[in-house]
Design a protein around this ligand. Sequence first.
Ligand code: ZN
Length: 278
Amino acid sequence: MAANAIRADRGTSMIDRLRPVSAVSSSCKICGGAAELYGVVDFHKSCAEAQGVRLPLSGVPIYYRRCKTCAFLFTDAFDDWDHDQFKRFIYNDGYLVVDSDYVSARPRANAEAVARLWDAHKAETRVLDYGGGNDVFCAVLRERGFPVALTYDPMTPEYARRPEGKFDLVTCFETLEHMPDPAAGIALVLEHVAEPGLVFYSTLAQPADFEKYGLTWWYVGPRNGHVSIFSKRALTLAWGRYGYRTVSFNDDVHLAFRTLPSFLAHLSKIAEALPLPS
Ligand SMILES: [Zn+2]
């Protein structure tokens, strides 16, 4: 069934729906800097290639641009798609072939980490998981005694209703890289964050030696819907636009906040060392 879904993705019907590529420089979606064409990969390039899963070539070229100022890497090929086209061509039955951890392994591991970090404060922490896909992450938190842990994901019908109110902790795992308009996407995430409040998020930022790999880097996966690949600088600018600082634990796991909640005050030394972009 998955193989059929992948085959069904191929063909000109999809090409016809892509934004035509232009060799003219365009504006970076994060900082407005000049973003030239950087490279091109087949639509079926996926993150699963890192595990040896290689889909047949689709024949659909996907061009990426990279900003000269902030190094944000992005494609605008899908920028004219609506929700239904993303569901049809990317988030379909074939998606699980290229992101097999999506269903259970990753959300469980993330929930264990959050439950550990927030254990002493869980009674007063309202949690929203943004872009969670399914409710596995929040179910684990509720089992661990978090009184409020809700899932919101516009791509999943059962969880597509926007929640009411603000949340002390908004988690957002492996989501930013899927956003065709990440600045607008971050603004939507921030609508749900209390003040003080935290966003605990993951997206894999380009490594320091990214240039060595270019678009062969495993995380560049259009079949996974990875349309927005951040640099650390691009993350700083993207959150900074809304007055938020971001602190990275590593290339993948980050916090964003305006004011640190008191129980995380020990992190402020790290935060103060970071410039807040104007
Ligand atoms: Zn930029």
